[in-house]
Design a protein around this ligand. Structure first.
Ligand code: ZN
Ligand code: ZN
Length: 199
């Protein structure tokens, strides 16, 4: 699930072939693989994102904000008409939110490592102090925050400036900010500890 983080997120409307499930670009008249006629009015329009991950998104009703299935032309609740161009944009927005939140959730697993660095750091400190007499292994500890720090920064780069984010997205963004602060603090603490040792 970290792939969208590395490659970015590309949203494009695709139609899924009802017969062989291959994806064709929205507007393609028939499936290239099995020649089944494709009708974008069918319920099988999906917004596929990059990278193997398929998201069958929902559309947010422009009137009552209810999430409806892609392909719905009229909201079942408020009977608002849902135009196809609106549907594509809305579906893309929903997918973007989902992917941004999924990736943020995955990145949170790094937080567990953040807690581990305290005992590991102390252990390494004693090994250095009594076996080497000077900072040695502790330099390796400096690499510890690199990956989580870079991934979190990358998250902000990829997903951080999304104006159409929903509540869940905003929560994920707040969590990412906390994660970023946490890792910056750990990096700073490591650097200060090393500096103090050298002085
Ligand atoms: Zn097909
Ligand atoms: Zn509605």
């Amino acid at each position: 699930m970290l792939q969208p983080l590395l490659k970015g997120i590309r949203l494009a409307p695709f139609v899924e072939c009802p017969h062989c499930h291959a994806l064709s670009q929205h507007g393609t008249p028939e499936c290239k693989l099995c020649n089944t006629k494709l009708d974008s009015k069918d319920l099988n329009l999906i917004v596929a994102v990059n990278l193997g991950a398929r998201y069958t998104p929902f559309i947010e009703c422009p009137n009552c904000q209810r999430l409806v299935k892609v392909g719905t032309t009229r909201c079942p609740d408020c009977y608002e008409e849902i135009a196809e161009t609106y549907a594509l944009t809305s579906a893309a927005t929903v997918v973007f939110n989902t992917v941004a939140c999924d990736v943020a959730n995955d990145l949170r697993s790094f937080d567990t490592f953040a807690m581990l660095i305290v005992p590991v750091g102390i252990g390494v400190y004693f090994i250095d102090r009594y076996s080497f007499g000077s900072p040695t292994l502790i330099y390796l500890a400096l690499f510890w925050p690199v990956i989580p720090l870079l991934s979190t920064i990358l998250w902000f780069y990829r997903f951080g400036n999304f104006a159409l984010g929903d509540d869940e997205y905003l929560r994920a963004k707040r969590r990412m900010r906390r994660t970023l602060t946490l890792w910056l603090a750990i990096t700073a603490a490591l650097i200060i500890a090393l500096a103090v040792w050298w002085i």
